[in-house]
Design a protein. Structure first.
Length: 174
C-alpha cells in the first residue's frame, strides 16, 4: 500500500524529541540545536509517512504580528517529494489563521534547496546580511507578507537589528 503523508502539530514530548532528532540529523554545517528554544516554538509541525517522522518545520518562539519560520528539515531519504513544500505551506496557513502579518526566514547563501523552497512558495528576497555569529557567512533574509500594504522595512527593523548588509558587487574591481 502507498504510505500516507500527514502533517500534524507536535504536542507530546515524543513529538518534540522526534523533531529534535530530525534537526540534529541535518547534513549541512549548522550550529547545535537549542532544544529549550525548540520547545518554545509557536508552532512545531511534523510530517509523518505512516508512523515514521520524515520532516519537521516550525514557527519560532516569539509573539506579535511578525514571526520567523525555522527548523525545516526533511530526512535525507525523503527529499524532493514535496514534503518540505507541504511543511512550509502548512506553517503559512497557520500563521495567516493566527493573524500574523509578516513571516521571515533566513537561509545560508549556499543552501539552494531551502532558498528555492521559499521562492517557490511565493517568498521575496529581502537582503543579504553578514551572520551575527561573526563567522563571515552571508545569510539571505526572505519575507512573506500575509496581507497587503505592509511597511515591510519597518516591520523587519527589529529582526534585522544592526546586522551588516552584504552589498553585491561591492568588492574590488577585477
Ligand atoms: C530544504 C529541504 C527542507 C527541502 O525539503 P524537500 O522535501 O526536499 O523539498 P520539496 O520536495 O518540497 O521541494 C520544494 C521545492 O524546493 C526546491 N528544492 C528542494 N530541494 C532542492 C534542491 N536540492 N535543489 C534545488 N531546489 C530544491 C524545488 O523548487 C522544489 O520544487 P520541485 O521539486 O518541484 O522542483 C531539504 O532539502 C532539507 O531538509 N535540507 C537540509 C536542512 C535544511 O537546509 N533546512 C533549511 C534550513 S534554512
Amino acid at each position: 500500500m502507498t504510505p500516507t503523508l500527514t502533517i500534524s502539530q507536535a504536542t507530546s514530548d515524543a513529538d518534540f524529541a522526534a523533531a529534535a532528532d530530525l534537526i540534529d540529523s541535518r547534513d549541512d554545517n549548522h550550529h547545535p540545536l537549542d532544544r529549550a528554544a525548540l520547545a518554545k516554538a509557536r508552532l512545531l509541525l511534523l510530517a509523518w509517512l505512516d508512523d515514521t517522522p520524515v520532516g519537521c518545520g516550525a514557527i519560532k518562539a516569539g509573539e506579535g504580528e511578525v514571526a520567523e519560520l525555522g527548523y525545516l528539515v526533511v530526512a535525507s531519504g525523503y527529499r524532493r517529494l514535496g514534503i518540505g513544500a507541504r511543511l512550509t505551506q502548512a506553517r503559512i496557513d497557520w500563521a495567516s489563521a493566527q493573524g500574523i502579518k509578516l513571516l521571515w526566514a533566513t537561509v545560508r547563501a549556499e543552501n539552494q534547496a531551502s532558498r528555492e523552497n521559499l521562492l517557490k512558495a511565493g517568498w521575496q528576497f529581502y537582503g543579504d546580511y553578514l551572520s551575527i555569529r561573526g563567522t563571515g557567512n552571508t545569510i539571505g533574509w526572505y519575507v512573506l507578507p500575509l496581507m497587503q500594504g505592509l511597511d515591510i522595512q519597518a516591520l523587519m527593523a527589529g529582526p534585522i537589528g544592526n546586522r551588516t548588509p552584504v552589498i553585491q558587487g561591492s568588492g574590488e574591481p577585477d
